[in-house]
Design a protein around this ligand. Structure first.
Ligand code: HEM
Length: 473
């Protein structure tokens, strides 16, 4: 075995100090406080936080339900090794079977050469130059959202931002995947959005998986109709239809459906959750909000209008922003990045070792479940002064350059990092910029927000706001 960092042979005996962590099954388990089934119990996140405080950056927990140990890694060197330098030694881990029911063999769950082939075919569609082609889709979704937000200004009812972010990001991702044929799909479903189940059925259980997978047939029909009608389209589905592997072979329909459905799931709830937390945090931190408003007020707009009324919605800029222009909104992006530091939607990454490895000086046997948590490392007090404080300035360019690597991983890292990262950052920045120009949100509730750490990190109860028009800049 060699060390992929240095290519020198690793002497396991020399590198591995005496086992600090004894097997938990024989005799008295030394990690008694850390006996739970990570990611299967409702309080997994709380237990992980407490265990990390007590046991440090590398420890094991014994899951009685699965009768297995899980290693928890919360050190940048181990994160780098797992995700980057020795990523080939790790497949996706615990929870994969459940995700497979939902996503088939889509890119989120596939492995090995098949995953590599699919990734090569899909990745070009998420290049920043491609992503900015979706500006019209995003602007149209925001036009629709603006009608709802304008109505909320005039309503006496609290505005449920959690539901709104879910509706908006579903609108954006569906229109990006199916384009104008979303209407075709709706017609086939008697005028109903076939993907409404994504927002209406919030539990990610077997019933959801069953309902969601039943949409595969509909997508196959759409692909056939496009081929028969030779419809010219620009959307992610078309990209999947046109993609060719290195031997110039197209993706079979079954694979294409798995990938399209994967994009719906991967692209919706993550972005919805990130924006939900971002609005809450910025609304409750006046200095951050003031700076956000100052930055977005200074953007040149294609069309700017006075705040309208519910009956006369008007369009406010910025519209059709380039990708480069969205990156220049450094404070807006810092607001988003700091929100994802505190509340990373994908809060837990699971892996399983293929062969023996060494992490933090300890032997990892083959077949070991290993987990790392963006939530834990992104609140690690060694790398983040006052880790619980919301401070977007941590993500201004100078501060970012000075920070240790591998301690900020909301989109993971290495070859399996989020393929939709550019798209997500772009849609969220455009959304925040446009809405913060026109509205100010006032958070209505008090006290801590209970978190649901399931597949994604969600607020357990809807976040409610009063919506105000801002003074015209
Ligand atoms: C704020 C928004 C988002 C966050 C925080 C996020 C986070 C992540 C994370 C942490 C992973 C790695 C999971 C793992 O390795 O176990 C991932 C993978 C992935 N994400 Fe995202 N994601 C976001 C938005 C999106 C969007 C908008 C899309 C597509 C339109 C997308 C598509 C994917 C896909 C396909 C993968 C699997 C990549 C692979 O394994 O090769 N994500 N995402």
């Amino acid at each position: 075995m060699s060390n992929p960092d240095t290519d020198k042979p690793v002497d396991l005996a020399e590198e591995t100090p005496a086992w600090r962590l004894e097997p938990t099954r024989a005799g008295l388990p030394p990690l008694a406080a850390a006996q739970f089934d990570v990611a299967s119990t409702e309080d997994s996140l709380e237990l992980l936080v407490a265990s990390t405080q007590e046991l440090g950056d590398l420890f094991r927990v014994y899951a009685p339900g699965r009768k297995r140990d899980t290693w928890i890694c919360n050190h940048p060197d181990d994160i780098k090794r797992l995700l980057v330098t020795n990523h080939r030694n790790y497949t996706k881990g615990v929870g994969l079977d459940r995700v497979k029911i939902l996503l088939g063999n889509g890119i989120m769950v596939s492995e090995g050469d098949f995953w590599k082939r699919q990734r090569r075919m899909i990745q070009p569609a998420f290049h920043r130059k491609m992503v900015e082609q979706y500006a019209v889709v995003i602007d149209t979704a925001l036009d629709n959202a603006q009608v709802r937000w304008d109505a909320a200004v005039h309503s006496s009812e609290p505005f449920d931002i959690t539901a709104e972010m879910s509706a908006l990001t579903l609108d954006i991702i569906l229109c990006s995947i199916f384009g104008e044929d979303l209407a075709w799909l709706e017609k086939r479903m008697g005028g109903n959005n076939p993907f409404a189940v994504v927002t209406e059925h919030s539990a990610r259980d077997l019933l959801f998986a069953y309902k969601f997978r039943s949409l595969a047939k509909l997508v196959v029909e759409l692909v056939a109709a496009r081929r028969a009608g030779q419809w010219e389209r620009f959307d992610f589905l078309q990209m999947l239809m046109d993609a060719r592997d290195k031997d110039d072979r197209p993706m079979p329909d079954r694979e294409m459906v798995d990938e399209a459905l994967t994009l719906v799931v991967a692209g919706h709830e993550t972005s919805a959750s990130a924006l939900n937390w971002a609005w809450y945090l910025v609304a409750t931190h006046p200095a951050a909000l003031e700076r956000l408003e100052a930055e977005v007020d200074a953007i040149d707009c294609v069309a700017v209008a006075q705040p309208g009324t519910a009956s006369e919605p008007s369009i406010s800029g910025p519209r059709s922003m380039t990708y480069a222009a969205s990156e220049q909104l450094v404070w807006t992006q810092a607001v988003l990045k700091e929100s994802m530091r505190l509340y990373p939607p994908g809060w837990l990454l699971t892996r399983r070792s293929v062969e023996e490895d060494v992490l933090g000086g300890y032997r990892v046997p083959p077949g070991t479940d290993v987990m790392l948590s963006p939530y834990l490392i992104q609140r690690h007090p060694t790398y983040w002064p006052e880790p619980e404080a919301y401070r977007p300035e941590r993500f201004l360019p100078e501060a970012e350059a000075a920070r240790e690597k591998w301690v900020y991983i909301p989109f993971a890292a290495g070859p399996r990092h989020c393929v939709g990262e550019n798209f997500a950052l772009y849609e969220m920045t455009v959304h925040l910029a446009r809405m913060a120009r026109r509205y100010r949100l006032e958070y209505l509730d008090e006290g801590p927000i209970p978190i649901e750490a399931a597949v994604n990190l969600r607020a357990l109860r809807p976040l409610r706001f009063r919506v105000h028009f801002r003074k015209t800049p």
